[in-house]
Design a protein around this ligand. Structure first.
Ligand SMILES: Nc1nc2c(ncn2[C@@H]2O[C@H](COP(=O)(O)OP(=O)(O)OP(=O)(O)O)[C@@H](O)[C@H]2O)c(=O)[nH]1
Ligand SMILES: [Mg+2]
Length: 354
């Protein structure tokens, strides 16, 4: 059964970068992954693309041929893809039943909030036994302003109601958040969407009084649904990516068990005689998949400490660790060179760290 993610969100929220980051992570973990570019305006793709909508239709062609602007052209492209769904279906079949597919959507938010084509495509994929989750990226800097935060909440809620998929909202670029000044509340206030009435004062101070009632109505609408919450993401941080991956796997029910005799990721103990504590217990994977999340970065207070409260200290610590790692790799390469000189070409070398 193929699994996948519908990666959506406003322009520049980091969708394509996330797809690329996930491709790198999964390749390192030896997990299957294929990326489908559904943005007909994406001319340079950062990631290796398995299926590209540009081979079906491009935004430029639509604009030239039908005299449409970029937004109208984009809607046309999506309607065209919906009408030619068999084109996508045939190519997805070629990826096989075990495929894990990321669909990189265009940044026009109406595609995932109002317009029907993406919704219809998603429905068809689900009928084709795809197990999908929507991953909705929102730039984290929106939480630094109360009215922008409300608009992001409304946008996320609208996308959840429209797509009707297991839905994960993500505050992307969390590593940049400290650049935008102090937050009014701790990060968990925003990620857990706690009592929004605390925003009333800030909203009333920054907007004319006649908007107060409207603000409060929007706040109570969001609270009445009680659906919206956020994960966080810094795409270059391995723990952050792993944590988000775990959340998405939980939402879709995906459990990765490497096929027997496959090459294991670096660091895996493959000694058959090693005790059960040292080896992955594939029979225990289900219980760990449904168990509580206790990975680094799964607690929003850790995220706040890493990226807001003590960002400079952590950055300096990471730099030191990377330098040490670099020195170790250089030492190992130098040792390997010396051994090669001593033994001559073609002989076995042991270059494991001493
Ligand atoms: N610091 C930082 N920058 C990021 C992160 N994710 C994305 N970016 C940057 O944000 C910018 C926009 O990223 P894209 O991946 O092109 O965003 P997109 O959502 O695909 O944009 P559209 O396709 O135009 O809607 C790029 O310059 C990325 O390098 C992140 O986690 N941290
Ligand atoms: Mg993009």
């Amino acid at each position: 059964m193929p699994f996948g993610e519908i990666v959506c969100g406003s322009p520049g929220s980091g969708k394509s970068t996330y797809c690329f980051g996930k491709h790198q992570l999964f390749t390192a973990l030896k997990r299957p992954i294929s990326i489908v570019n559904l943005d007909p305006a994406n001319e340079t793709l950062p990631y290796p693309c398995a299926i590209d909508i540009s081979s079906l239709i491009t935004l430029q062609d639509v604009m030239d041929k039908h005299g449409l602007g970029p937004n109208g052209g984009m809607l046309y492209c999506m309607e065209y893809l919906e009408a030619n769904f068999d084109w996508l279906e045939d190519r997805l079949k070629e990826l096989g039943n075990d495929a894990y597919v990321l669909f990189d959507l265009p940044g026009q938010v109406e595609l995932s909030t109002n317009h029907e084509s993406v919704k219809n495509i998603v429905d068809k994929l689900t009928k084709n036994s795809f197990r999908l989750a929507a991953v909705h990226l929102c730039d984290a800097h929106y939480i630094t302003d109360a009215s922008k935060y409300i608009s992001v909440l409304l946008l996320s809620l609208r996308a959840m109601l429209q797509l009707e998929l297991p839905h994960i909202n993500v505050l992307s670029k969390i590593d940049l958040l400290s650049q935008y000044g102090d937050l009014d509340f701790n990060l968990d206030f925003y990620t857990e969407v706690q009592d929004l009435s605390y925003l009333e004062n800030t909203l009333s101070n920054s907007l004319p009084p006649r908007f107060t009632a409207l603000n409060m109505a929007m706040i109570s609408l969001i609270e009445d649904y009680g659906l919206v919450g956020f994960e966080t993401l810094a795409v270059e941080d391995k723990n952050s990516m792993l944590n988000l991956t775990r959340v998405i796997d939980k939402a879709t029910g995906y459990i990765f068990v490497p096929p027997p005799n496959t090459e294991q990721p670096p660091g895996t103990i493959i000694d058959e005689d090693a005790g059960p504590i040292s080896r992955p217990n594939i029979y225990g994977l289900l219980s760990s998949a449904i168990g509580p999340m206790k990975t680094p970065g799964s607690d929003v207070r850790d995220v706040q400490e890493r990226w807001i409260d003590a960002k400079e200290e952590y950055d300096a610590f990471e730099k030191r660790e990377w330098r040490k790692e670099g020195e170790m790799v250089r030492d190992m390469a130098a040792r390997a060179g010396k051994i090669r000189e001593r033994k001559g070409p073609g002989e076995a070398m042991d270059i494991s760290p001493s």
